[in-house]
Design a binder for this molecule. Structure first.
Ligand code: ZN
Length: 138
């Protein structure tokens, strides 16, 4: 069995952002040489997400607006912020959008459904954060 591990570094210029990381994951897959297997992609931070959806800008704005309604930013809104942090909203947003995705690898490519792409969701950005890509198979 082959195994390949890679860490992607992401530093968004805005506090909230959605970034298409599919090209970087495809590059990692190409380096791995795996033809049949599984690819795990996960955020290594508890205030950002990895998820799969459509690569459509309007939808990405819809996600951010929707998340802001569910868990609005606010220093005085969350028990968590009593610790001195201001990212209580980001922890909740991360939980809703998820930690990781697993994609099947078939004949050396990510076996996506129509329109599927992998995105990194940042909810407390403007600093360096890591995404793990782990590929296993043959
Ligand atoms: Zn926090």
């Amino acid at each position: 069995m082959r195994s390949h591990t890679e860490y992607l570094w992401i530093n968004t210029k805005d506090r909230y952002d959605i970034v298409n990381i599919t090209p970087q994951v495809e590059e990692a897959l190409s380096k791995s040489g795996v033809k049949e297997g599984l690819c795990l992609v996960n955020s290594m931070h508890i205030t950002s997400s990895v998820f799969i959806n459509d690569n459509e800008r309007g939808l990405h704005k819809d996600f951010l607006v929707w998340l802001e309604k569910l868990a609005p930013y606010g220093k005085d809104k969350y028990q968590h912020n009593l610790t001195g942090e201001d990212n209580g909203d980001a922890h909740l947003k991360r939980t809703i959008m998820g930690r990781e995705v697993v994609v099947a690898i078939t004949k050396s490519i990510l076996d996506f459904g129509p329109w599927e792409q992998i995105f990194y969701g940042e909810f407390d950005g403007q600093r360096k954060k890591r995404v793990l890509v782990k590929i296993i198979g043959e």
